[in-house]
Design a protein around this ligand. Structure first.
Ligand code: HEM
Length: 121
């Protein structure tokens, strides 16, 4: 296998580790009914966006990327970032919000669904 194909597969692995941190960290809080963020799932979102943007670079030659799908995923990932902002602001104000917290989990699952079910043209 050529080095660039191996690098792409390695980045998909990093992307999935990011997903595990994001959704796993979020779920660990959800089951305790603690609607505040942790370093674990904040890190997961950062890993997802960074590895996702690297995966959006068209390599190796001949790889097919669906930029409409990737654009939608980026918008959803940024919306998760927005929900994080709301959760952290409310947390600092001493008024944790369950709504924005559940939005983070729902949008994370939505983005995984888009990654898997969207086959495009
Ligand atoms: C919370 C945010 C995200 C989640 C939950 C997520 C989830 C996933 C999952 C589960 C896969 C593996 C699917 C498969 O290989 O069939 C995947 C692959 C991929 N993701 Fe993400 N992702 C997120 C954000 C992003 C972002 C922001 C980008 C880039 C703009 C991106 C680009 C990609 C690419 C290029 C792949 C490789 C497979 C493909 O082309 O669809 N992801 N993502």
């Amino acid at each position: 296998m050529d080095p660039l194909s191996l690098l792409r597969e390695f980045l998909v692995l990093v992307h999935l580790v990011g997903f595990a941190l994001l959704l796993g960290g979020w779920a660990a809080q959800a089951v305790r009914r603690r609607y505040v963020t942790t370093t674990l799932f904040r890190t997961g979102l950062g890993v997802m966006i960074a590895s996702g943007l690297l995966l959006a670079i068209p390599f190796p030659a001949g790889v097919h990327l669906d930029y409409l799908k990737l654009g939608v995923k980026l918008v959803v990932a940024l919306a998760i970032g927005g929900a994080f902002g709301v959760v952290i602001t409310r947390e600092k104000a001493g008024r944790p919000t369950a709504g924005a917290f559940w939005t983070i989990g729902a949008l994370a699952v939505l983005n995984a669904g888009i990654a898997i079910f969207w086959h495009g043209a």
